[in-house]
Design a protein around this ligand. Structure first.
Ligand SMILES: Cc1cc2nc3c(=O)[nH]c(=O)nc-3n(C[C@H](O)[C@H](O)[C@H](O)COP(=O)(O)OP(=O)(O)OC[C@H]3O[C@@H](n4cnc5c(N)ncnc54)[C@H](O)[C@@H]3O)c2cc1C
Length: 451
């Protein structure tokens, strides 16, 4: 139900933020429980420029201040209102390397249902490993599948607002988490457009933050939650490089692997290769529209000639962080400050050099531009790592269930929980993790006759 005020109602679960993470969580919960859910969204159904200003930050480092709000939409459906729909499962490298507190199978089981939410075809979650060079197994073909793209507001607002167990509050910004030492006892909510200056309290049994990779850490910082943990630290994005590098690929070898339909073709180093060489991965997108017949690597062949679009995995760094600044926003809260550098040059050289070397030695193709040409690195608008998952309460923020360490009823959804960025775009995995969290909360609700 779409509501304007909640009175004294108490909910089973309050979800803050209605982007892909929050909406997928709500969908997962209503599918498996009778829980009474409150979905709190800062924006309305259309972008309101005044409300959108609440996403403004002060930034230093490689990306300017206006980069961040453009990539954090304050509207029902969140940033899915502008996303491009590229979907791919996370690589396993960081799971095998124990950077995650869970095994890969703990999340891969949820990609099937995530694919349904994002309207992706079956192969998107089956992702057979297509090893290109059967000699070493170092290079793989791993295409990106394309969601239409699903705009979560258009697709899900009507059904969610008609559902009897869901209440939706729009134009409502959570400004503070109220807690005692081990429990959240309420959320302070203000009207985002400032038509009223008063605030009110929301009460629930469990609380989930789903405010995007910047918003999740910010709310925790505003509430003084988990101050001994690295909240806001290890902020990551995906460095993107395009227009400066190109690849040539032997058509005869590559063609049998190519997936038809709405995909973006991409090559990667295998997980095994990355682990063996202690490097992070890169994903190299290529096109197949331009084919040239030419002398190539010793014989006449048909060759795909394409610009390479590189999307890189980024190492977590404690110096890349978000924290509260001194400026104040329209709701009288400290604005977020972000310090971020790609710190990418050395990583790019290592990963790209190895990729180019493997491509050449496999006889499949060659990369034609040297890494010195790497400049003009862009971000992907993927905000990752600020409430990282881990085992220890001092070196991570959430545990393997996405619950904030030491607080029994506070959870986090979205790519802020990723301890490693992978090279993969995040949203497919964000949705999968939300469905996993829905499953976990359903278990906790068991025994209260809510299933
Ligand atoms: C141009 C662009 C293209 C992209 N393309 C791709 C792509 O091809 N593939 C891919 O995987 N990803 C892509 N992304 C990234 C993708 O959009 C995000 O990964 C995804 O939207 C994150 O979902 P989320 O729900 O965690 O956060 P968001 O979508 O940011 O949603 C967060 C929600 O929380 C609300 N909120 C924030 N603070 C508060 C508060 N205090 N109180 C109440 N509500 C609050 C916001 O209004 C918003 O609705 C792209 C992003 C951009 C900008």
């Amino acid at each position: 139900m779409f509501i304007e005020e909640i009175g004294h109602k108490k909910y089973d679960i309050a979800i803050v933020g209605a982007g892909p993470a929050g909406i997928s969580l709500a969908l997962g919960l209503v599918a498996h429980t009778k829980a009474r859910i409150l979905l709190i969204e800062s924006g309305t159904l259309e972008i309101n420029p005044e409300i959108h200003k609440l996403s403004e930050v002060e930034a230093s480092g490689d990306l300017p201040s206006d980069y961040y709000p453009t990539h954090a939409q304050r509207v029902f459906g969140g940033t899915s209102n502008v996303w491009n729909g590229l979907c791919v499962t996370l690589e396993e490298r960081a799971f095998l390397n124990k950077e995650w507190a869970i095994d890969y199978k703990d999340i891969s089981a949820y990609y099937k249902d995530a694919a349904e939410i994002l309207e992706l075809r079956e192969e998107s979650y089956k992702q057979p490993k297509m090893i290109l060079d059967n000699g070493t197994g170092d290079l793989i073909y791993k295409p990106y599948y394309l969601s239409p793209p699903v705009r979560f507001c258009d697709k899900y607002f009507h059904d969610l607002s008609a559902h009897r167990n869901i209440d939706i509050l729009l134009n409502s910004t959570c400004t503070k988490i109220i807690s005692n030492r081990s429990m959240v006892t309420g959320l302070l909510i203000k009207e985002s457009d400032c038509t009223s200056i008063s605030s009110y309290n929301v009460k629930a049994e469990y609380y989930v933050l789903a405010c995007g990779g910047i918003g999740n850490a910010r709310i925790m910082q505003l509430g003084g939650i988990s101050t001994k943990s690295p909240v806001g630290k290890y902020f990551m994005d995906h460095p993107h490089i395009s227009g400066t590098t190109s690849v040539e690929l032997d058509k005869e070898t590559i063609e049998p692997f190519l997936v038809d339909g709405r995909v973006i073709h991409a090559l990667q180093l295998s997980d095994k290769c990355c682990l063996k060489n202690s490097i992070l991965n890169i994903s190299v997108d290529f096109g197949i529209n331009s084919v040239e017949r030419k002398l190539f690597m010793g014989r006449k062949r048909s060759v795909y000639v394409s610009d390479a679009v590189i999307r890189a995995e980024m190492a977590p760094s404690v110096t890349n962080r978000i924290y509260l600044g001194e400026q104040i926003d329209a709701l009288a809260q400290e604005k977020t400050r972000i310090h971020f550098n790609f710190n990418y040059q050395s990583l790019a050289k290592t990963s790209w050099n190895l990729f180019a070397q493997k491509l050449l030695s496999s006889g499949i193709g060659r990369a034609t531009t040297p890494p010195e040409f790497f400049h003009d690195i862009k971000g992907g608008g993927h905000y990752i790592g600020t409430t990282r998952m881990g085992v220890s309460a001092t070196s991570s923020v959430v545990d393997s269930d996405c619950k904030v360490h030491g607080i029994d009823n506070l959870y986090v959804a979205g790519s802020s929980i990723f301890p490693a960025s992978a090279a993969a775009n995040p949203t497919f995995s964000i949705v999968a993790f939300s469905l996993r969290l829905a499953n976990h909360l359903a278990m906790r609700l068991r025994g209260r006759n809510l299933l």
